[in-house]
Design a protein. Structure first.
Length: 397
């Protein structure tokens, strides 16, 4: 956190996203665009309806939904009845973690709740340091006129956008790649994404929340200039642009772009679906936010190169062992940005069988002795271009 605070290049949430996604290539851009969309949806629905929406999409079970709604209520009461120290706040969430030992749901459901509780602890440590210890130098997070309890509540609730959506934990990030640095310490390849996500989502929520948090308490931040734009690939040659940073009270967005079709458009939400007439060339995005009082605020020129033809990158997060025995089953996993148009497939040479167990994971079973090669292939479905990683295992009788 102190490394981030001292980095004078971090001026807005886009810079913060870029800091954490630069090692993930196209996967990082997909992660960024998806999380921006989730945060936007969260601000429109608020916590309860957002969690209900994720349940309706079959992303979380009814038990997880009820647990999250219940913990929101108990955390609000905790803050209203206490002016907690950091230790007391950590203890609140640690009690929730301990209670998971009696939770009747499956392991995946426990993992979602554990991720949320751990993220809440990470966010609390960050927030208390900034407010009470004044330990940060350089750039600081702006919380506008929220008081401390309001900021703590809003930021903690915002963590659900990363945890419940599952994108950070499993679908895109999967496992940490070498080179990710948090608090001056390199996170080693193969670190579960939940550990990285607990820090990343908390900080991103902290930066994002001043756009809407105080409005819950009648202190709405003003409509202002959009600060950044993200994108995701919808289909081969079609993209969704997402503009953010315009604050609350925006009634429409006026788009005036170069190298997109349409080049001009007006939308009520901060999303625009486009194609690119000159593939491979940068698109220049200009967006004007029209406020409820009819004031207009325009972004700087925002550049994006929109392409569905980029090659993916893949590596082992959990590699197959050097040796194995006949009848043995092992788990493997890859580090890759698996978002459209990238798809992952597995194969094994004679003597081994491989079956997918998740977006990034698979089980490998060895049924004959000899040399068995396991291959994971990431293929761009728009170009058909594959990239692969392989490992040969000596299988003993």
């Amino acid at each position: 956190m102190e490394d981030i605070a001292r980095d004078s290049t971090i001026e807005n949430v886009n810079d913060l996203f870029d800091l954490f996604t630069s090692d993930y290539g196209a996967g990082g851009e997909a992660w960024k665009a998806y999380l921006i969309r989730e945060i936007t949806l969260f601000t429109e629905l608020d916590f309860g309806l957002y969690v209900e929406a994720k349940h309706n999409q079959n992303l979380i079970s009814i038990d997880v939904r009820d647990s999250l709604i219940g913990v929101k209520s108990s955390f609000e009461s905790f803050l209203n009845n206490t002016q907690p120290t950091l230790a007391q706040t950590e203890a609140f969430w640690q009690n929730k973690i301990n209670a998971l030992s009696t939770f009747t749901g499956c392991d995946a459901e426990k993992e979602v709740l554990l991720s949320y509780y751990e993220s809440a602890i990470g966010f609390a440590r960050y927030l208390y340091a900034g407010f009470t210890q004044n330990s940060f130098s350089g750039s600081t997070i702006e919380f506008r006129s929220c008081n401390f309890s309001q900021a703590l509540l809003c930021g903690t609730l915002a963590l659900v956008t990363g945890v419940v959506s599952g994108v950070i934990l499993y679908d895109i990030t999967g496992y940490a790649q070498a080179g990710v640095i948090l608090q001056g310490v390199q996170i080693l390849q193969g670190t579960p994404a939940r550990v990285v996500a607990s820090a990343v989502v908390g900080v991103i929520a902290a930066v994002n929340m001043y756009n809407w948090c105080c409005s819950w308490f009648g202190e709405e931040p003003p409509c202002r200039n959009p600060t950044g734009v993200g994108h995701r690939v919808l289909s081969c040659g079609q993209y969704e642009l997402t503009v953010y940073g315009a604050g609350n009270g925006v009634v429409s967005y006026i788009w005036n772009n170069d190298n997109t079709i349409p080049a001009t458009a007006t939308t009520q939400l901060p999303f625009l679906t486009v194609s690119v007439p000159n593939p491979g060339q940068p698109s220049i995005i200009r967006v004007t936010a029209v406020c409820a009082d009819q004031q207009e605020f325009s972004s700087d020129e925002l550049e994006r190169t929109l392409s569905s033809n980029e090659s993916g990158a893949i590596g082992w997060a959990i590699a197959p062992p050097v040796e194995a025995n006949v009848g043995q089953t092992v788990q493997v996993a890859v580090s890759a940005g698996i978002a459209f148009p990238q798809t992952l497939s597995w194969s094994a040479s004679f003597g081994g069988g491989v079956s997918s167990t998740g977006t990034h994971t698979a089980n490998v079973t060895f049924w004959a002795s000899g040399s068995v090669t396991i291959t994971a292939t990431l293929t761009n479905t728009c170009t058909g271009q594959p990239v692969s990683v392989s490992r040969t295992i000596i299988v003993k009788p």
